[in-house]
Design a protein around this ligand. Structure first.
Ligand code: GDP
Length: 431
């Protein structure tokens, strides 16, 4: 970031544009007196004030929040100004703040200051960022352990265990001449290491690194040409993104569209029709893609427009059978399939219900920041190193120290500017 880390900064904390209210945050070790004077707020008076901010030719009624240090998000003196969310008003406020010597904050700069002033741990800061970045209710729920401190407690237990082992190993370094004792100790320490390792492996198994698409579910539509896959696809995404055609085999590329269904990220793929045989090489490729997509899908919707075929097809935990073109069929008996019409949309809502009840709901993985995940994996890598042929106590002490460091880094006790910037650069401005 390169700037002095305590010079006064400001940023818009709400989206740019027109809104009822906007939030402007200000933070600095010293905020210029002129700012308090214009706001008619006493510097040391913590509280909330309604003020009319005067500009050239007009004024705006604002809410002003004053947080003298250290009781603020950043630990510095902070102000929040909530004017009306009009871009012209905002630009007046920004110009005024800049005239008073403030500069616009960089991404994550408020949170970085909070970290440097011990207001937030690194993983808490990351939790704040991921809580803003998460794209669905499911992602937020999966982040809860990480953001709510449950993971932190588990890591603390692990740290306690490893620290205890290190103490035992280090005491052996001083007494390693007494052979008998050393043997008993080394067996117990090995057991301790194994149990710490299995706790760590369990954590790694239950958590995964947060990415934009983590937990995204994939639905694939398959079926013979012309059964109405594209039409159903359109009905599901309620947009005409796939080509609907009366000619067989037109959907050769897989059309993807992500839709948010009840808080899930769902990707629907409309694939080329599955045929028993075809001369057409391009269509063959399409079929290959369809099969592949079905293998990778979380849920397959197998569509047919033929009653007999619908009764022959077997649904499974991962496959729903759909008989399309209900409007054209007479005397439908009930079966293991769902009948609907992609064109009249009759029955489409039943399919949506089925999708929601399906296996898509099941997701046991929880999310952590990518950095945290890498640290857990690094610590595991260290703890699995084989001490064979090396001085056991010496070697074990070293891997314990190194893995403790990896785990402690999760909460951050370091001030390496470069690493910090890498973490905070990913935040949004104003956070
Ligand atoms: P795809 O090749 O499987 O993707 O099938 P399309 O979605 O392109 O549909 C093939 C043809 O069937 C088009 O002419 C659609 O209008 C028609 N079609 C699709 N769904 C229905 C339906 O529910 N009822 C009727 N009557 N026609 C449909």
């Amino acid at each position: 970031m390169g700037h002095k880390s305590s010079s006064p900064i400001y940023a818009l904390g709400s989206p740019l544009g027109r809104s009822a209210l906007a939030v402007i945050r200000v933070s600095g070790e010293k905020i210029p007196d002129a700012i308090f004077a214009k706001l008619s707020v006493l510097k040391e008076e913590r509280g909330l004030f309604v003020r009319r901010l005067a500009f050239e030719g007009f004024g705006d009624a604002c809410l002003v929040l004053n947080f003298p240090a250290p009781l603020s998000y950043t630990g510095e003196h902070m102000l929040e100004i909530h004017p009306h969310g009009n871009p012209a008003v905002l630009s007046e406020v920004f110009s005024w703040l800049e005239e008073e010597g403030l500069r616009e904050a960089e991404a994550g700069e408020f949170s970085k200051r909070a970290y440097l002033n011990s207001k937030l741990s690194l993983s808490e800061a990351e939790g704040v960022a991921l809580g803003i970045e998460a794209e669905s209710r499911e992602q937020l729920a999966a982040l809860e352990d990480f953001r709510g401190g449950v993971l932190g407690e588990k890591i603390n237990l692990l740290l306690d265990g490893l620290e205890g082992l290190l103490v035992r190993v280090e005491s052996q370094l001083d007494f390693s001449d007494e052979e008998g004792v050393a043997e008993v100790e080394s067996a117990e320490i090995k057991n301790g290491l194994l149990s710490a390792l299995s706790d760590l492996e369990l954590l790694i198994k239950n958590y995964m690194p947060f990415e934009k698409d983590s937990l995204k579910k994939k639905i694939v539509l398959i079926g013979r040409p012309n059964v109405g896959k594209s039409s159903l696809f359109n009905a599901l995404v309620e947009e005409n993104v796939a080509i609907v055609s009366a000619m067989a085999g037109t959907t050769r590329d897989i059309v993807r569209k992500r839709v948010a269904m009840a808080g899930f990220d769902v990707e629907i793929e409309d694939t080329a029709g599955l045929r028993d045989q075809t001369e057409d090489e391009i269509e063959k490729e399409g079929m290959r893609l369809a099969k592949e997509a079905a293998e990778k899908a979380d849920l397959v919707i197998h569509i047919t427009d033929n009653k007999e075929e619908a009764s022959l097809l077997k649904p499974s935990e991962k496959t729903l059978i759909v008989l399309n073109k209900r409007d054209l069929h007479k005397n439908l008996s009930s079966g293991a399939y769902l009948s609907l019409s992609a064109v009249t949309r009759d029955g489409v809502s039943d399919l949506l219900d089925k999708i929601q009840e399906s296996s898509l709901k099941v997701s046991s993985k929880k999310l952590v920041s990518e950095r945290t995940y890498k640290k857990l994996v690094a610590a595991k890598g260290l703890l699995t190193t084989d001490p064979l042929g090396r001085d056991f106590f010496e070697f074990t002490a070293q891997i314990l120290r190194d893995s403790l460091q990896e785990l402690r880094d999760i909460y951050g006790d370091f001030d390496n500017e470069k690493i910090l910037d890498q973490i905070f650069d990913k935040f949004c401005i104003g956070k």
